[in-house]
Design a protein around this ligand. Structure first.
Ligand SMILES: [Zn+2]
Length: 195
């Protein structure tokens, strides 16, 4: 009996190193991983969507609780996995630890789109347009890298800001084509301006 228990313990322990080795490697948890992905996402945004951010960006990789502390908008507190702020003439981008590489890159593309909006879009542009377009970029990014399941899940967002804005962008894409979207959106103030 005792021998059997000992055998069981040895048996379990022998699996631990292989479990550790087979853990997913594409979970983004440290800034070295983040720094390696930033140039790739920036280059894709320029090449595919004509979205170039000219002003310096500081990137921060944070725990969910730290994200909550810097969130001003109570409506989305606890739900944010990325955040952009423009402070003292610099962009600050905050991303939550623990995302898969695909989700991380698409979220970064979303936040860099907000940085571009500050630089290139009409000042009075409302939140539904800003979030809708950033969501559309996120969606197109996921589609581009073949993360189709994540991309399709975005179509189920029912939120009055993110969901409504995103659907309006899909409608606009149908009318003007993907290539025209970045240019079109610069001067749009509210979603009612999208005919
Ligand atoms: Zn956003």
């Amino acid at each position: 009996m005792r021998k059997n228990i000992l055998f069981l313990v040895v048996f379990i322990l022998s699996f631990i190193p292989s479990i550790a080795l087979s853990a997913p490697t594409d979970i983004i948890n440290d800034s070295k991983q983040m720094d390696a992905l930033i140039p790739k996402v920036k280059a894709t945004l320029v090449k595919e969507f004509g979205i170039f951010v000219a002003i310096s960006v500081d990137y921060h990789l944070l725990e969910g609780s730290e994200m909550d502390k810097i969130m001003n908008d109570a409506t989305y507190k606890g739900a944010e996995i990325g955040l952009h702020r423009f402070i003292n003439g610099r962009h600050e981008i905050y991303l939550m630890k623990g995302m898969s590489e695909d989700e991380f890159c698409a979220t970064l593309a979303h936040e860099l789109t907000h940085a571009w909006q500050v630089e290139r879009c009409v000042r009075s542009q409302d939140m539904i347009v800003r979030e809708g377009f950033a969501k559309w970029i996120e969606y197109k990014y996921l589609d581009l890298i073949g993360a189709y399941a994540l991309a399709n899940r975005m179509k189920e967002i029912a939120d009055p800001v993110y969901g409504v804005g995103f659907k309006k962008m899909l409608d606009l894409e149908d009318k003007v084509g993907a290539k025209e979207m970045t240019n079109k959106i610069k001067t749009v103030v509210t979603i009612n301006d999208i005919k």
